[in-house]
Design a protein around this ligand. Sequence first.
Ligand SMILES: NC(=O)c1ccc[n+]([C@@H]2O[C@H](COP(=O)([O-])OP(=O)(O)OC[C@H]3O[C@@H](n4cnc5c(N)ncnc54)[C@H](OP(=O)(O)O)[C@@H]3O)[C@@H](O)[C@H]2O)c1
Length: 239
Amino acid sequence: MSKLDGQIVVVIGGSAGMGLETARLARAEGAEVVVTGRNEDRLKQAAAEVDAFRTAAFDATDPGQLQEFFRRFEGPIDHILVTAGGPYYGLLEDLDLEEASKHIGMELTLPLYVGRAAKGKVRGSLTFVGGTGARRPGPGLIVTSAMTNAHPALIAGLAIEMAPIRVNLIAAGFVDTPLSARLLGDDLEKRRQQLRDTLPIGRVVGPQDVAALAVHLMTNTALTGATYDIDGGQQFVPR
Ligand SMILES: NC(=O)c1ccc[n+]([C@@H]2O[C@H](COP(=O)([O-])OP(=O)(O)OC[C@H]3O[C@@H](n4cnc5c(N)ncnc54)[C@H](OP(=O)(O)O)[C@@H]3O)[C@@H](O)[C@H]2O)c1
């Protein structure tokens, strides 16, 4: 029997990157997968690729749209992975403080909105994605660093209040996804090579690596309230 046979897995932010690979792996493990994202074309393509049984196009950072998605969702959900969101980089002197404030609000409340909306619907686990890259403060990391350090506490709190639903956080370093390609532009290949040369694992972490961890967190019922680093040792090498 496959690990997720007959289970319903919802991936919020499942049309690219780590979410898409998790949807693919969950499907291969027997799950019925639901993928969401904002861009409808990308979503359709991803759904066809992973043989999703349902899709929904909405902005997960909009509480109204998020709540409506869960309200309309018929039937129970076994596991939810949330990858929607993104980093917010900038030096103090350059930051748009209104935007920074919105971003901070979104980063801190998205897990709360998901937790509340999913309560009563989800019966297995909730997994969120954060990072390890900004654990150490550095120029331009002021906002992302604060969010990175806040996420584990938020997830532990949710795990306590949502028990027996399990809630965990994946903390990724550089992962070779479309997001990384967009952020790095022409410097992508240089960064990949730098990571191959410096990471203890001697290779770049890919979205399939994160997918394997996400499915493990869905299926290992001993895991809750914790943060799981997946960065190939990146946090231990100089930037
Ligand atoms: N890649 C890395 O190195 C890395 C490292 C640490 C942490 N992370 C975090 O991990 C998460 C996933 O990253 P990734 O690299 O897999 O990104 P990605 O390649 O850009 O994929 C993100 C997926 O989420 C969807 N999405 C993004 N914002 C959304 C929103 N507001 N509402 C609904 N769907 C949304 C995207 O589709 P649409 O754009 O069509 O909505 C896409 O399907 C992000 O939160 C990122 O900050 C990434």
